[in-house]
Design a protein around this ligand. Structure first.
Ligand code: BG6
Length: 493
């Protein structure tokens, strides 16, 4: 099976933070792949912007190096690399000052009719200055779109400030707040699973679902990102955005159609229905952890504090587990167990829908335990969907049962490379499709839920529980779910 490529009209994309980690690791590889597959048309241009004083030639060498590091060698056909590098340009610019803006303007001058996208892959402190400078230098055209990378603030107040500042210059229809989890293939498949099939929707409620688990586990530590991460922590970095977005897609009502606002209206209702966790709940419903040295894949790794490297203590959490609740008729009483962490034993992101037990076993003791059905939606790695069913053990010997997964592995079913989330989302920006981007009210509603947790943690003043790198977080995270008579899902196969 081959994927369908629909070419996009020529565009100009300006990447602020063009020499940064995200641009190297994600944006240039994603754009290269779209170009390689024939989606970019002439005379599309990609202009890197940063404070660094360098010329176009040096920047192209940097982009080439990024491709060689983050794109597999077999994808790097010479002609495709040459064509892609020919699109690249560079401007040295001071985001908060005057230098460089007129250079940028003159480079863009002949592209007034094209889609013009500005990707702000910078610290959010600069968003205000950048968008105002874009306006003051006459760079905003009717076809301008601005992409805002996360984090969108560090709490509700700062998110509101960013949104207000950006809103002074741009209309909401021009603002693309990216959450790259929404661009992941399997996340979109969740929509297909729920709304393109009749099977699941009738049982997608508290009458049939016992609980939901969402796990986003990473093996990596904070590495060179310690400076940012230490001001953030797992709740701000992963839960407030990625995990809540996944929760929304699981819990939302079917939108009337797939227009950007219909989808986002439904997600917003879920965010607003999240039961607040404040001082009273924080001790029993949340667990914070921080990794100490240990081993991942049998390789010794340093602890968080050592990785930060400044010798200072830190009470930033690198792991969080939570029991959340969505207060709607559909979900009342169904716990949503959420967990994420760095330096865990495996790299896995999945959503588990645990159904209830059958109301009565007609098979008696000899049949054994009838494990309730479980739907596992695996985002990464090995994207796919598994539905665990009870079946009869083959052969004679009476009715004995075994739990077996119906396994839909996307890699085995579709022999195509799974595009990276940024490939899809960047093309959505160019096409003007906002469905997979967060609206202002969504971001603020997510902070409204996260803020009281952060405040309660800080009032409590308790440091995060330490866990050994390469384990599944502090033991309290296991207790969080086990005291409810449930366990975290472990893939038995
Ligand atoms: C980012 C976080 O948003 O998502 C990182 O800032 C995290 O800390 C990353 O590592 C995880 O993304 P993915 O696509 O690798 O699961």
């Amino acid at each position: 099976m081959t994927s369908r490529i629909v070419a996009v009209d020529p565009f100009d994309l300006v990447v602020f933070g063009g020499t940064g980690d995200l641009a190297h690791r994600k944006l240039f590889p994603a754009l290269f792949r779209r170009d390689h597959d024939g989606q970019l048309t002439e005379p599309t241009r990609i202009i890197g912007v940063s404070r660094k004083d360098m010329d176009k030639k040096a920047f192209k060498a940097e982009v080439r190096q990024a491709l060689e590091t983050f794109v597999s060698a077999d994808e790097l056909e010479k002609a495709a690399v040459t064509r892609f590098l020919a699109r690249i340009d560079y401007v040295t610019l001071d985001a908060t000052g005057e230098a460089g803006w007129s250079d940028l303007k003159s480079k863009l001058a002949d592209g007034l009719d094209r889609v013009r996208a500005f990707y702000l892959a910078t610290s959010p402190d600069l968003f205000d200055a950048i968008v105002h400078n874009l306006r003051d230098h006459g760079l905003i055209t009717p076809k301008t779109r601005v992409v805002l990378e996360k984090p969108l603030g560090k709490d509700l107040e700062s998110a509101r400030e960013i949104n207000a500042a950006v809103g002074e210059v741009l209309d909401e229809s021009q603002i693309y707040r990216i959450d790259h989890y929404l661009g992941k293939e399997t996340v979109q498949n969740l929509l297909a699973l729920r709304f393109a099939n009749v099977l699941f929707e009738p049982v997608w409620d508290s009458a049939h679902v016992d609980h939901v688990q969402i796990t986003v586990a990473e093996k990596i530590g904070v590495g060179a990102r310690g400076g940012y991460y230490d001001t953030s922590g797992a709740l701000r970095d992963m839960v407030q955005n990625h995990i809540l977005q996944l929760l929304c897609l699981v819990a939302m009502e079917p939108p009337g159609e797939l227009g950007a606002d219909s989808l986002r209206d439904e997600k917003l209702k879920v965010l607003r229905a999240l039961k607040p966790i404040g001082d009273a709940g924080v001790r029993t419903l949340t667990v914070r952890g921080q990794y100490r040295s240990g081993a991942v894949d049998a390789k010794s790794v340093p602890g968080y504090i050592e990785e930060l490297g400044d010798g200072a203590a830190s009470s930033t959490e690198t792991f969080v587990a939570l029991k959340a609740e969505v207060q709607t008729w559909r979900w009342a009483g169904v716990p949503f167990y959420l967990r994420t962490g760095k330096r865990l034993p495996s790299q896995v992101s999945e959503i588990v829908i645990q159904f209830r037990e059958v109301p009565l076993s007609i098979f008696g003791a000899a049949g054994g335990f009838l494990a309730p059905n479980r739907l596992v939606i695996r985002l990464q790695p090995d994207e796919g969907v598994k539905l665990y069913l009870m079946i009869k053990d083959p052969g004679p010997g009476g009715l004995r049962f075994r739990e077996v997964p119906l396994n839909l592995s996307f890699a085995d079913t579709f022999k195509v490379r799974n595009p990276d989330a940024y490939e899809r989302l960047l093309m959505d920006v160019i096409r003007g499709s906002q469905a997979l981007f967060m609206r202002r009210d969504e971001v603020e509603a997510a902070w409204m839920w996260a803020d009281p947790i952060l405040e309660a943690w800080s009032r409590l003043g308790q440091p995060p529980a330490s866990y050994t790198a390469g384990t599944w977080g502090p033991s309290a995270a296991v207790a969080l779910i086990e005291r409810d008579g449930r366990t975290w899902h472990e893939d038995p196969s």
